[in-house]
Each structure stands twice: as structure tokens, then as C-alpha cells.
Write a protein that binds this ligand. Structure first.
Ligand code: MG
Length: 154
């Protein structure tokens, strides 16, 4: 299982699930492109294979990852688990965000994420919820994501 949080700030691009959310009022802050959904998925997959976490492999103090497209991390994580004798079965995710609504973008995210993990779009589940205006997510100060991954030995 994986979990990640990023702060939201005005006048920033918002990358989520491997795509840029056009017209979003705020964007996520981070060392890389701050794609909270991809980061949670990477941690879920790495955790399932007992290969540490995303911070271990892609430190947020390493200049190589500054502004980095997180799709690269997911591709690398997939390569690592394959190298350790695993294939990815499916992933299930929940994004918790007040706005914008991401349901219209979920199809596009699946299309981008599935090939990075060498699985079909049907094996990528992305769900979305608000935080009912409560807490930092409710105040639109942050975005968080949970992910669960199933992997299997080949
Ligand atoms: Mg992160």
C-alpha cells in the first residue's frame, strides 16, 4: 500500500496521474513534478515487492529529480520489480482532493499509467473523493492519494 501528500499552491501546474490538469486553480508543490497519485502508486508497488519506498530510490534532495516527470519514477519502479521476479497484477487508488473534480480525467490517467506498469487499463482503478471541506484537504491546502498494488511472482 502507498500513501502520499502534497501541498497545493496557486499559479502552479497541477500534475496528477501522469497528466496535467488544465485550468486547475492550484497545483501541487514538490521537488519533482509533485504527482501525488503516481508517488502513492510507486510506494504501493515497491512496498509489495519489499523494495523500500520512493524516497529511498528517488530522494527529494537529489538534483537529478528536480522538476522530474513522475512517469519516469513509475517506469523505473516497474523495471525494479520485474528485475526482482515480479509482475504487477493491478492497482487500486483513491485521490482525496477538494477541487477540481477529477472524474472527467480518470480515463486519460489510466491510458497514461497502464503502459508504464505494463498492465492493461482495466487493471488500473482510480477513484476520487473530496474531504467534505474538512482539514487541509477540505481547505484546499493539499491533495493526498492512497494506492494498493497486487503483484505476482512470474
Ligand atoms: Mg510525493
Amino acid at each position: 500500500m502507498g500513501f502520499d501528500v502534497h501541498q497545493l499552491e496557486a499559479d502552479r501546474d497541477f500534475y496528477l496521474g501522469g497528466i496535467k490538469l488544465e485550468g486547475a486553480p492550484k497545483g501541487a508543490v514538490g521537488h519533482s513534478d509533485a504527482d501525488v497519485l503516481i508517488h502513492a502508486i510507486c510506494d504501493a508497488i515497491l512496498g509489495a515487492a519489499n523494495l523500500g519506498d520512493i524516497g529511498h530510490h528517488f530522494s527529494n534532495t537529489d538534483v537529478r529529480w528536480k522538476g522530474k516527470d513522475s512517469k519516469y519514477f513509475l517506469e523505473e519502479v516497474t523495471r525494479m520489480v520485474h528485475a526482482n521476479g515480479w509482475t504487477i497484477g493491478n492497482v487500486d487508488c483513491t485521490v482525496c482532493l477538494e477541487k477540481p473534480k477529477i472524474n472527467p480525467h480518470i480515463g486519460a490517467m489510466k491510458k497514461v499509467l497502464a503502459p508504464l506498469m505494463k498492465i492493461g487499463e482495466d487493471d488500473v482503478s482510480i477513484k476520487a473523493t473530496t474531504n467534505e471541506t474538512l482539514g487541509y484537504v477540505g481547505r484546499d491546502e493539499g491533495v493526498l492519494a492512497y494506492a494498493v498494488a497486487l503483484i505476482q511472482k512470474y
